[in-house]
Design a protein. Structure first.
Length: 447
Protein backbone atom coordinates (compact mmCIF):
# COMPACT_ATOMS: atom_id res chain seq x y z
CA UNK A 1 0.00 0.00 0.00
CA UNK A 2 0.94 3.62 0.46
CA UNK A 3 3.21 2.94 3.45
CA UNK A 4 5.12 0.21 1.65
CA UNK A 5 5.47 2.59 -1.29
CA UNK A 6 7.22 5.08 1.01
CA UNK A 7 9.72 2.39 2.07
CA UNK A 8 10.21 1.34 -1.56
CA UNK A 9 10.91 4.96 -2.47
CA UNK A 10 13.50 5.16 0.32
CA UNK A 11 15.23 1.97 -0.87
CA UNK A 12 15.19 3.36 -4.41
CA UNK A 13 16.84 6.58 -3.21
CA UNK A 14 19.56 4.55 -1.45
CA UNK A 15 20.11 2.28 -4.48
CA UNK A 16 22.86 4.26 -6.18
CA UNK A 17 23.72 4.03 -9.87
CA UNK A 18 27.27 2.80 -10.46
CA UNK A 19 29.08 4.98 -12.99
CA UNK A 20 32.61 3.61 -12.47
CA UNK A 21 34.37 1.36 -9.95
CA UNK A 22 34.51 4.14 -7.36
CA UNK A 23 31.94 6.56 -8.77
CA UNK A 24 28.19 6.51 -8.06
CA UNK A 25 25.17 8.69 -8.74
CA UNK A 26 22.30 9.24 -6.32
CA UNK A 27 18.91 10.75 -7.11
CA UNK A 28 16.68 12.92 -4.93
CA UNK A 29 13.01 12.35 -4.09
CA UNK A 30 10.40 14.56 -5.68
CA UNK A 31 9.32 16.05 -2.37
CA UNK A 32 9.41 19.77 -3.14
CA UNK A 33 12.17 20.40 -0.62
CA UNK A 34 14.25 23.58 -0.70
CA UNK A 35 17.43 21.60 0.06
CA UNK A 36 18.44 17.97 0.29
CA UNK A 37 17.70 16.24 3.60
CA UNK A 38 20.98 15.67 5.43
CA UNK A 39 20.08 12.09 6.34
CA UNK A 40 19.68 11.26 2.66
CA UNK A 41 23.22 12.39 1.88
CA UNK A 42 24.58 10.45 4.88
CA UNK A 43 22.75 7.28 3.83
CA UNK A 44 23.72 7.53 0.17
CA UNK A 45 27.37 8.23 1.01
CA UNK A 46 27.45 5.16 3.26
CA UNK A 47 25.89 3.08 0.46
CA UNK A 48 28.64 4.26 -1.90
CA UNK A 49 31.32 3.28 0.62
CA UNK A 50 29.71 -0.15 1.22
CA UNK A 51 29.65 -0.85 -2.53
CA UNK A 52 33.47 -0.81 -2.52
CA UNK A 53 33.96 -3.19 0.46
CA UNK A 54 33.37 -6.94 0.64
CA UNK A 55 33.07 -9.17 3.70
CA UNK A 56 33.15 -6.35 6.26
CA UNK A 57 30.54 -4.14 7.88
CA UNK A 58 30.85 -0.44 8.73
CA UNK A 59 31.39 0.24 12.42
CA UNK A 60 31.71 4.04 12.33
CA UNK A 61 31.31 7.05 10.09
CA UNK A 62 32.09 10.74 10.39
CA UNK A 63 30.61 13.27 7.98
CA UNK A 64 30.87 17.02 7.38
CA UNK A 65 28.21 19.10 5.62
CA UNK A 66 29.90 21.73 3.46
CA UNK A 67 27.11 23.22 1.32
CA UNK A 68 23.33 22.79 1.13
CA UNK A 69 22.34 20.18 -1.45
CA UNK A 70 20.28 21.06 -4.53
CA UNK A 71 17.21 18.76 -4.63
CA UNK A 72 16.83 19.32 -8.39
CA UNK A 73 20.25 17.87 -9.26
CA UNK A 74 21.60 14.29 -8.83
CA UNK A 75 24.49 13.86 -6.40
CA UNK A 76 27.76 12.26 -7.50
CA UNK A 77 29.58 10.16 -4.88
CA UNK A 78 33.31 9.73 -5.40
CA UNK A 79 34.81 6.97 -3.19
CA UNK A 80 38.49 6.98 -2.30
CA UNK A 81 39.94 3.66 -1.11
CA UNK A 82 42.12 4.90 1.74
CA UNK A 83 43.11 1.57 3.31
CA UNK A 84 42.45 -2.16 2.98
CA UNK A 85 44.06 -3.79 6.01
CA UNK A 86 43.80 -7.23 7.55
CA UNK A 87 41.15 -6.15 10.10
CA UNK A 88 40.08 -2.66 9.10
CA UNK A 89 39.05 -0.97 5.85
CA UNK A 90 38.76 2.79 5.44
CA UNK A 91 36.88 4.70 2.79
CA UNK A 92 36.49 8.42 2.13
CA UNK A 93 33.45 9.61 0.17
CA UNK A 94 32.94 13.01 -1.42
CA UNK A 95 29.42 14.07 -2.46
CA UNK A 96 29.52 16.49 -5.40
CA UNK A 97 26.99 18.82 -7.02
CA UNK A 98 27.64 21.54 -9.60
CA UNK A 99 31.34 20.68 -9.49
CA UNK A 100 31.65 21.39 -5.75
CA UNK A 101 31.75 19.03 -2.74
CA UNK A 102 28.66 19.44 -0.57
CA UNK A 103 29.48 16.66 1.93
CA UNK A 104 32.42 14.45 2.89
CA UNK A 105 32.30 11.19 4.81
CA UNK A 106 34.92 8.88 6.27
CA UNK A 107 33.77 5.34 7.07
CA UNK A 108 35.63 2.51 8.80
CA UNK A 109 34.84 -1.18 8.24
CA UNK A 110 35.87 -4.05 10.50
CA UNK A 111 35.80 -7.84 10.45
CA UNK A 112 33.94 -9.56 13.31
CA UNK A 113 36.30 -10.38 16.16
CA UNK A 114 35.81 -11.52 19.79
CA UNK A 115 36.65 -9.08 22.58
CA UNK A 116 35.45 -7.24 25.68
CA UNK A 117 31.87 -6.06 25.83
CA UNK A 118 29.86 -3.68 28.01
CA UNK A 119 27.05 -1.23 27.38
CA UNK A 120 25.07 1.68 28.80
CA UNK A 121 21.80 1.02 30.58
CA UNK A 122 18.72 1.50 28.45
CA UNK A 123 16.55 4.46 29.57
CA UNK A 124 13.39 3.55 31.44
CA UNK A 125 10.71 4.75 29.02
CA UNK A 126 7.31 3.38 27.94
CA UNK A 127 7.27 0.67 25.27
CA UNK A 128 6.23 1.83 21.79
CA UNK A 129 3.00 -0.20 21.91
CA UNK A 130 1.86 1.84 24.94
CA UNK A 131 2.39 5.14 23.12
CA UNK A 132 0.01 6.74 20.61
CA UNK A 133 0.59 5.46 17.09
CA UNK A 134 1.02 7.93 14.26
CA UNK A 135 -2.61 7.35 13.32
CA UNK A 136 -3.71 8.05 16.89
CA UNK A 137 -1.52 11.14 17.02
CA UNK A 138 -3.23 12.37 13.88
CA UNK A 139 -6.68 11.82 15.34
CA UNK A 140 -6.12 12.88 18.96
CA UNK A 141 -3.08 15.10 19.17
CA UNK A 142 -2.61 16.86 15.83
CA UNK A 143 -5.73 19.06 16.13
CA UNK A 144 -4.02 20.60 19.18
CA UNK A 145 -0.66 21.10 17.48
CA UNK A 146 0.57 24.32 15.86
CA UNK A 147 0.22 24.31 12.07
CA UNK A 148 3.91 23.59 11.21
CA UNK A 149 4.01 20.62 13.60
CA UNK A 150 0.73 19.23 12.32
CA UNK A 151 1.84 19.45 8.68
CA UNK A 152 5.01 17.52 9.52
CA UNK A 153 3.12 14.64 11.14
CA UNK A 154 0.54 14.56 8.32
CA UNK A 155 3.14 13.46 5.77
CA UNK A 156 3.48 9.83 4.79
CA UNK A 157 7.07 8.85 5.59
CA UNK A 158 9.18 5.69 5.35
CA UNK A 159 10.21 6.12 9.01
CA UNK A 160 7.58 5.78 11.73
CA UNK A 161 8.14 7.96 14.79
CA UNK A 162 6.57 7.43 18.20
CA UNK A 163 7.90 10.19 20.47
CA UNK A 164 7.81 9.47 24.18
CA UNK A 165 7.60 13.16 25.09
CA UNK A 166 5.15 14.09 22.34
CA UNK A 167 3.44 16.57 24.67
CA UNK A 168 6.43 18.91 24.27
CA UNK A 169 5.03 20.03 20.90
CA UNK A 170 1.98 21.47 22.66
CA UNK A 171 3.72 23.17 25.58
CA UNK A 172 5.74 26.35 26.04
CA UNK A 173 7.60 24.85 29.00
CA UNK A 174 11.39 24.64 28.96
CA UNK A 175 12.35 21.06 29.73
CA UNK A 176 15.62 19.17 30.36
CA UNK A 177 17.61 18.71 27.12
CA UNK A 178 16.57 15.09 26.57
CA UNK A 179 14.28 13.50 24.01
CA UNK A 180 13.24 9.89 23.37
CA UNK A 181 11.54 8.61 20.25
CA UNK A 182 10.89 5.07 19.02
CA UNK A 183 11.63 4.64 15.32
CA UNK A 184 11.33 1.94 12.67
CA UNK A 185 10.59 1.75 8.98
CA UNK A 186 6.93 1.55 8.01
CA UNK A 187 7.55 -1.66 6.05
CA UNK A 188 9.80 -4.71 6.01
CA UNK A 189 13.37 -4.32 4.73
CA UNK A 190 15.57 -6.88 2.96
CA UNK A 191 17.75 -9.02 5.25
CA UNK A 192 21.05 -7.53 4.07
CA UNK A 193 22.61 -5.92 7.21
CA UNK A 194 24.11 -3.12 5.10
CA UNK A 195 20.60 -2.06 4.06
CA UNK A 196 19.58 -1.68 7.70
CA UNK A 197 22.72 0.28 8.52
CA UNK A 198 22.23 2.68 5.60
CA UNK A 199 18.53 3.15 6.39
CA UNK A 200 19.36 3.94 10.00
CA UNK A 201 22.07 6.35 8.84
CA UNK A 202 19.31 8.09 6.86
CA UNK A 203 17.03 8.21 9.92
CA UNK A 204 19.75 9.28 12.35
CA UNK A 205 19.53 12.92 11.23
CA UNK A 206 15.85 13.10 12.22
CA UNK A 207 14.60 14.67 15.49
CA UNK A 208 18.10 15.22 16.94
CA UNK A 209 17.62 18.96 17.20
CA UNK A 210 14.59 18.46 19.46
CA UNK A 211 16.83 17.59 22.39
CA UNK A 212 18.63 20.94 22.01
CA UNK A 213 15.61 23.17 21.47
CA UNK A 214 13.43 21.68 24.22
CA UNK A 215 15.70 23.27 26.83
CA UNK A 216 14.83 26.69 25.37
CA UNK A 217 11.13 26.13 24.83
CA UNK A 218 11.50 26.12 21.05
CA UNK A 219 10.80 23.64 18.25
CA UNK A 220 12.37 23.01 14.87
CA UNK A 221 8.99 23.69 13.25
CA UNK A 222 9.09 27.42 13.98
CA UNK A 223 9.52 29.60 10.93
CA UNK A 224 12.47 31.54 12.31
CA UNK A 225 14.35 28.36 13.25
CA UNK A 226 16.42 27.45 10.18
CA UNK A 227 18.78 24.74 11.38
CA UNK A 228 21.41 22.81 9.49
CA UNK A 229 23.73 19.94 10.37
CA UNK A 230 27.42 20.81 10.42
CA UNK A 231 28.88 17.39 11.12
CA UNK A 232 27.53 13.96 11.96
CA UNK A 233 29.07 10.87 13.52
CA UNK A 234 27.62 7.38 13.86
CA UNK A 235 28.90 4.17 15.47
CA UNK A 236 27.42 0.72 14.80
CA UNK A 237 28.07 -1.49 17.85
CA UNK A 238 26.02 -4.63 17.10
CA UNK A 239 23.76 -6.01 14.35
CA UNK A 240 20.16 -4.71 14.35
CA UNK A 241 17.10 -4.41 12.15
CA UNK A 242 15.85 -0.97 11.20
CA UNK A 243 12.36 -2.37 10.52
CA UNK A 244 12.00 -3.27 14.22
CA UNK A 245 11.53 -0.75 17.01
CA UNK A 246 14.65 1.19 18.04
CA UNK A 247 14.69 3.71 20.85
CA UNK A 248 16.44 6.88 19.80
CA UNK A 249 17.51 8.26 23.20
CA UNK A 250 18.85 11.76 22.64
CA UNK A 251 20.35 14.44 24.84
CA UNK A 252 22.13 17.74 24.30
CA UNK A 253 25.15 18.27 26.58
CA UNK A 254 25.56 21.89 25.53
CA UNK A 255 24.64 24.72 23.20
CA UNK A 256 27.09 27.58 22.97
CA UNK A 257 26.49 31.31 22.30
CA UNK A 258 27.72 30.87 18.71
CA UNK A 259 24.49 28.99 18.00
CA UNK A 260 26.07 25.55 17.75
CA UNK A 261 24.27 22.70 19.50
CA UNK A 262 25.60 19.21 20.21
CA UNK A 263 22.75 16.70 20.28
CA UNK A 264 23.59 13.00 20.56
CA UNK A 265 21.66 9.76 20.76
CA UNK A 266 21.82 6.01 20.84
CA UNK A 267 19.49 3.23 19.76
CA UNK A 268 18.99 0.11 21.89
CA UNK A 269 16.60 -2.68 20.88
CA UNK A 270 13.76 -2.98 23.41
CA UNK A 271 13.63 -6.76 23.69
CA UNK A 272 17.29 -7.12 24.64
CA UNK A 273 17.95 -3.61 26.00
CA UNK A 274 21.27 -3.55 24.20
CA UNK A 275 23.21 -0.55 23.03
CA UNK A 276 23.27 -0.95 19.26
CA UNK A 277 24.13 2.41 17.70
CA UNK A 278 25.54 5.75 18.90
CA UNK A 279 25.16 9.08 17.13
CA UNK A 280 26.71 12.51 17.63
CA UNK A 281 25.67 15.56 15.64
CA UNK A 282 26.55 19.25 15.68
CA UNK A 283 23.83 21.64 14.56
CA UNK A 284 24.12 25.29 13.64
CA UNK A 285 21.39 27.77 14.50
CA UNK A 286 19.66 29.59 13.10
CA UNK A 287 20.60 28.72 9.53
CA UNK A 288 23.12 27.52 6.98
CA UNK A 289 23.11 30.85 5.19
CA UNK A 290 26.05 32.01 7.28
CA UNK A 291 28.11 29.40 5.44
CA UNK A 292 27.15 31.01 2.14
CA UNK A 293 28.16 34.44 3.46
CA UNK A 294 31.56 33.10 4.48
CA UNK A 295 32.06 31.66 1.01
CA UNK A 296 31.08 34.95 -0.60
CA UNK A 297 33.64 36.80 1.55
CA UNK A 298 36.42 35.15 -0.46
CA UNK A 299 35.92 37.74 -3.21
CA UNK A 300 38.56 40.42 -2.57
CA UNK A 301 36.82 43.53 -3.96
CA UNK A 302 35.64 46.89 -2.71
CA UNK A 303 33.26 49.39 -4.30
CA UNK A 304 32.60 53.10 -3.97
CA UNK A 305 28.83 53.54 -4.05
CA UNK A 306 26.63 56.36 -5.27
CA UNK A 307 23.55 56.45 -3.01
CA UNK A 308 21.08 57.23 -5.82
CA UNK A 309 19.30 54.35 -7.50
CA UNK A 310 16.04 52.59 -8.36
CA UNK A 311 14.00 49.97 -6.57
CA UNK A 312 11.72 47.13 -7.59
CA UNK A 313 9.13 45.47 -5.32
CA UNK A 314 8.94 41.72 -5.92
CA UNK A 315 5.73 40.88 -4.09
CA UNK A 316 3.39 43.04 -6.18
CA UNK A 317 1.78 41.79 -9.34
CA UNK A 318 2.07 44.16 -12.25
CA UNK A 319 5.22 45.92 -11.01
CA UNK A 320 7.33 47.32 -13.80
CA UNK A 321 11.11 47.71 -14.09
CA UNK A 322 12.26 51.33 -14.05
CA UNK A 323 15.74 50.66 -15.34
CA UNK A 324 16.96 54.26 -15.36
CA UNK A 325 18.50 55.73 -12.23
CA UNK A 326 16.48 58.28 -10.31
CA UNK A 327 18.61 61.28 -11.26
CA UNK A 328 17.71 60.83 -14.94
CA UNK A 329 20.90 59.27 -16.28
CA UNK A 330 20.65 56.44 -18.77
CA UNK A 331 22.30 53.08 -18.13
CA UNK A 332 24.90 53.79 -20.79
CA UNK A 333 26.18 56.76 -18.80
CA UNK A 334 27.11 54.48 -15.89
CA UNK A 335 29.27 51.52 -16.85
CA UNK A 336 28.74 49.57 -13.63
CA UNK A 337 25.89 48.94 -11.22
CA UNK A 338 25.30 47.16 -7.93
CA UNK A 339 22.06 45.20 -7.87
CA UNK A 340 20.91 44.68 -4.28
CA UNK A 341 18.02 42.29 -3.61
CA UNK A 342 16.23 41.58 -0.33
CA UNK A 343 14.70 38.10 -0.62
CA UNK A 344 13.21 35.31 1.46
CA UNK A 345 15.97 33.00 2.79
CA UNK A 346 14.65 29.79 1.21
CA UNK A 347 14.90 31.39 -2.25
CA UNK A 348 18.68 31.80 -2.11
CA UNK A 349 19.58 28.68 -4.08
CA UNK A 350 17.11 29.45 -6.88
CA UNK A 351 18.38 33.02 -7.17
CA UNK A 352 22.00 31.86 -7.22
CA UNK A 353 21.25 29.33 -9.97
CA UNK A 354 19.38 31.95 -12.01
CA UNK A 355 22.34 34.34 -11.78
CA UNK A 356 24.81 31.59 -12.61
CA UNK A 357 22.85 30.83 -15.80
CA UNK A 358 23.53 34.45 -16.84
CA UNK A 359 27.23 34.04 -16.19
CA UNK A 360 27.10 36.05 -12.96
CA UNK A 361 29.11 34.08 -10.41
CA UNK A 362 30.19 36.63 -7.81
CA UNK A 363 27.73 37.67 -5.13
CA UNK A 364 27.72 38.67 -1.48
CA UNK A 365 25.02 37.36 0.86
CA UNK A 366 24.19 38.96 4.21
CA UNK A 367 21.60 37.92 6.78
CA UNK A 368 19.23 40.80 7.58
CA UNK A 369 15.83 41.36 9.17
CA UNK A 370 13.01 43.22 7.48
CA UNK A 371 9.94 45.21 8.45
CA UNK A 372 7.73 46.45 5.63
CA UNK A 373 4.14 46.76 4.54
CA UNK A 374 3.31 43.30 5.88
CA UNK A 375 4.18 44.68 9.37
CA UNK A 376 5.19 41.28 10.67
CA UNK A 377 2.80 38.44 11.32
CA UNK A 378 1.34 36.36 14.12
CA UNK A 379 2.76 32.90 14.92
CA UNK A 380 1.07 30.13 16.88
CA UNK A 381 3.73 28.51 19.01
CA UNK A 382 3.07 25.83 21.64
CA UNK A 383 -0.62 26.72 21.76
CA UNK A 384 -0.19 30.50 22.19
CA UNK A 385 -0.08 33.42 19.76
CA UNK A 386 2.84 35.82 19.54
CA UNK A 387 3.80 38.60 17.14
CA UNK A 388 6.87 38.52 14.92
CA UNK A 389 7.70 42.06 13.81
CA UNK A 390 11.07 41.66 12.09
CA UNK A 391 11.26 38.81 9.60
CA UNK A 392 14.51 37.08 8.59
CA UNK A 393 15.64 38.01 5.08
CA UNK A 394 18.78 37.76 2.96
CA UNK A 395 20.44 40.68 1.17
CA UNK A 396 22.19 39.74 -2.08
CA UNK A 397 24.62 42.18 -3.71
CA UNK A 398 25.83 41.67 -7.29
CA UNK A 399 28.14 44.00 -9.22
CA UNK A 400 27.53 43.88 -12.99
CA UNK A 401 28.03 45.89 -16.14
CA UNK A 402 25.11 48.21 -16.94
CA UNK A 403 24.01 46.21 -19.96
CA UNK A 404 23.36 43.19 -17.73
CA UNK A 405 21.21 44.99 -15.15
CA UNK A 406 17.90 44.27 -16.84
CA UNK A 407 18.65 40.56 -17.22
CA UNK A 408 19.85 40.35 -13.61
CA UNK A 409 16.63 41.98 -12.37
CA UNK A 410 14.55 39.57 -14.45
CA UNK A 411 16.53 36.58 -13.17
CA UNK A 412 16.21 37.57 -9.51
CA UNK A 413 12.54 38.43 -9.85
CA UNK A 414 11.70 35.16 -11.58
CA UNK A 415 13.57 33.09 -9.01
CA UNK A 416 12.60 34.95 -5.82
CA UNK A 417 8.95 35.77 -6.49
CA UNK A 418 6.27 33.66 -4.76
CA UNK A 419 3.41 36.10 -5.24
CA UNK A 420 3.04 36.51 -1.48
CA UNK A 421 3.57 39.61 0.63
CA UNK A 422 7.16 39.91 1.74
CA UNK A 423 8.88 38.62 -1.40
CA UNK A 424 11.31 41.52 -1.11
CA UNK A 425 12.74 44.39 -3.14
CA UNK A 426 15.51 45.09 -5.62
CA UNK A 427 17.66 48.23 -5.60
CA UNK A 428 19.99 49.34 -8.41
CA UNK A 429 22.87 51.61 -7.39
CA UNK A 430 25.58 53.11 -9.65
CA UNK A 431 29.23 52.32 -8.93
CA UNK A 432 31.71 55.15 -9.29
CA UNK A 433 34.76 52.91 -9.18
CA UNK A 434 35.62 49.23 -8.68
CA UNK A 435 38.99 47.68 -7.86
CA UNK A 436 39.98 44.04 -7.58
CA UNK A 437 42.37 43.88 -4.61
CA UNK A 438 44.42 40.89 -5.74
CA UNK A 439 45.21 42.02 -9.32
CA UNK A 440 44.60 45.78 -9.23
CA UNK A 441 42.12 45.50 -12.13
CA UNK A 442 39.65 48.37 -12.25
CA UNK A 443 36.07 49.07 -13.21
CA UNK A 444 34.48 46.54 -15.60
CA UNK A 445 37.65 44.41 -15.61
CA UNK A 446 37.27 44.00 -11.84
CA UNK A 447 33.67 42.75 -12.01
Amino acid sequence: GFIMSAVSDLLSILDLERLEDNLFRGHNPEAGWQRVFGGQVIGQALVAACRTVEGRSPHSLHGYFLLPGDPKTPIIYDVERIRDGRSFTTRRVKAIQHGQPIFTLSASFHIEEPGFSHEATMPDVPDPDSLPSEQEIRERVMPLMPDPVRKYFERERPIELRPVEFQRYMSRESLPPRYHVWIRTTGTLPDDPAVHQCVLAYASDMTLLDSTLVAHGRTVFEREIQAASLDHALWFHRPFRADEWLLYAQDSPFTDPNCVGCPRGFDPLPARSRHEVSCLNFKQLPSFYALISIESARFGRFFVKNPSGTSLVLGKSGSSHDRSVSDGKSRDQDAMKIVMAIIKPFKLEEVRDALTSLGVHGLTVTEVKGYGRQKGHTEIYRGAEYAVSFLPKLKIEVAVASELVGKVIDAITGAAKTGQIGDGKIFVVPIEQAVRIRTGERDNDAL
